[in-house]
Each structure stands twice: as structure tokens, then as C-alpha cells.
Design a protein around this ligand. Structure first.
Ligand SMILES: O=C(O)CCCC[C@@H]1SC[C@@H]2NC(=O)N[C@@H]21
Length: 248
């Protein structure tokens, strides 16, 4: 594939080492004049969803994109679908034929295992986002130690496909793919992102379990609705779930 062109209007800060690119993005957010990628060759204390740690063996990808969407949080957060889709776009271009899929809300799977995770953070005031940070971690070469029971096994791009992609190369591709998805989101809203995401979704139409702090809901994975909710068809009817961990 041709070398991508760095997208116009996007900045980048390339760091040798950081605690967490999301933490660094939040620290720098107030001083940035436009959308900016914060990339670190080495991340020592990565943060995962639901307060979990995200372990980054050397050689893996860690970066966070800082945006200023000035939208209500629910609308701004739909970018997590744009981000996972952009990552799918970038990886499919870099490793044609890789068996990639998307898992709600924003994991990227490879050969059925967890290849990548995305963590959204941010700050808002007066009902509008001031900053949105989209943190993306990809197991390019290393696989973190096993996580909680029942979770999908972590896999790496190298272990599953033999492809050795440098983190900086993935950043160039991801930045270009994200900028294209962001432009689509701004021009046409969530509908085309939602449709493209669903076309790549893992386990659509199959039984899944959504687990929250309050309990579990099992049902057939029907769709993702216009608000980004996971829609399950359960024995008690249709349920739209805004946030959960999903188990297959
Ligand atoms: O739990 C998940 O699946 C989300 C993991 C997100 C990890 C990435 S790595 C880059 C960015 N910086 C962080 O501290 N976390 C995100």
C-alpha cells in the first residue's frame, strides 16, 4: 500500500516514553490549537476501560487523539465507533486478509481474539465537550498477560499474521483513516459510520451477554442503534444497553 499522507489540520506529538498517552493528552489538551495525536513509543501505565490497567509490552502501539468537538457528550462519544472503524480500515490496508472484526463498543478483534482496545476520556462544561481524548492501544508484537475469566484472549498482529508493523507506521495509516471517518461523521452524521461498523461487527445476530456493575443481560445481538447503544433481543423484550462489557 502507498505511504499515507499525514492529514491536513492534524498535529502530532511523538514521545519516547510516557505514563499513559491518555493522561498526557488530558494534560496537554488545554494548550492544543487543533486535533492532535499524542504518540508514545513506550507507555508504562496505560489505562483500560472500567478502571482496568492496559499493559503494553514494548513494540505495541499506544496513541491518543485529542479533539475539541463542542458537542453534547453522547454525540461526541459516537466517535468511538469512528475510531474503531478507522483502526479496522488501517489494519486491513496494512495486512490484507487479516481476519479482523469489531466488538461493541470499540474493540478490534483478530482471529477471534482481542487485538486492540479504545478508551474515551474527556472533559465537558455546560453540557458540551471541551476535550475528547480517544486512546487507542494495539497489540502489534506483544500479548499482555491473560485478563479476567471469560474475557476474550489477547492476541497480537505478529502472532496471528506474522506481520511486523512498526507503531509509527500504524500511526500514519490510522491518522489518515481516522481523518477520513471524522470527515464522514461531520458531513453525514452517525448513519454511515454505524452501517460500516455493523458490516464488520462480530457476533451480530448471535447470543451474547452484556455485563454491567448492576448485572447481566443475555440476548441476541440485534443491532447498534442511532445512539450507539447495544440492542439485544431478550426473553423480556428488546433492551438498549448504553455501557457494558460484552461476553461471547
Ligand atoms: O480496556 C480497553 O480495552 C481500552 C484500552 C485502551 C488502551 C489505550 S493505549 C493508548 C491509550 N492510553 C491509555 O492509557 N489507554 C489508551
Amino acid at each position: 500500500m502507498n505511504d499515507p499522507v499525514w492529514p491536513e489540520g492534524y498535529g502530532r506529538r511523538m514521545l519516547a516514553q510516557v505514563d499513559s498517552t491518555n493522561a498526557e493528552a488530558m494534560r496537554q489538551a488545554g494548550g492544543l490549537s487543533g486535533p492532535t495525536w499524542i504518540f508514545a513509543a513506550r507507555q508504562l501505565s496505560g489505562r483500560g476501560r472500567r478502571g482496568r490497567a492496559w499493559r503494553d509490552p514494548a513494540g505495541n502501539f499506544a496513541a491518543s487523539l485529542v479533539l475539541r468537538p463542542a458537542e453534547p457528550p453522547g454525540q461526541a462519544a459516537l466517535r468511538s465507533f469512528a475510531a474503531s472503524l478507522a483502526l479496522h480500515d488501517a489494519l486491513s490496508a496494512l495486512v490484507p486478509g487479516a481476519e479482523l472484526a469489531l466488538k461493541w463498543p470499540n474493540d478490534v478483534l483478530l482471529s477471534g481474539g482481542k487485538l486492540a482496545g479504545i478508551l474515551l476520556e474527556g472533559s465537558s462544561a455546560g453540557g458540551r465537550m471541551m476535550h475528547l481524548v480517544i486512546g487507542i492501544g494495539v497489540n502489534l508484537t506483544g500479548v499482555p498477560e491473560p485478563g479476567e475469566a471469560g474475557a476474550l484472549p489477547a492476541v497480537s498482529l505478529l502472532s496471528e499474521t506474522g506481520a511486523r508493523i512498526a507503531p509509527e507506521v500504524l500511526l500514519d495509516h490510522l491518522a489518515a483513516c481516522y481523518a477520513a471517518r471524522e470527515a464522514e461523521f461531520q458531513a453525514e452524521g452517525f448513519a454511515p459510520i454505524r452501517a460500516a461498523w455493523l458490516a464488520r461487527a462480530a457476533r451480530l445476530g448471535q447470543e451474547v451477554t452484556a455485563r454491567t456493575m448492576r448485572g447481566e443481560t443475555s440476548g441476541r445481538f440485534e443491532t447498534v442503534d442511532a445512539g450507539g447503544n447495544l440492542v439485544l433481543s431478550t426473553a423480556d423484550g428488546r433492551r438498549a444497553i448504553p455501557a457494558a462489557d460484552v461476553y461471547f
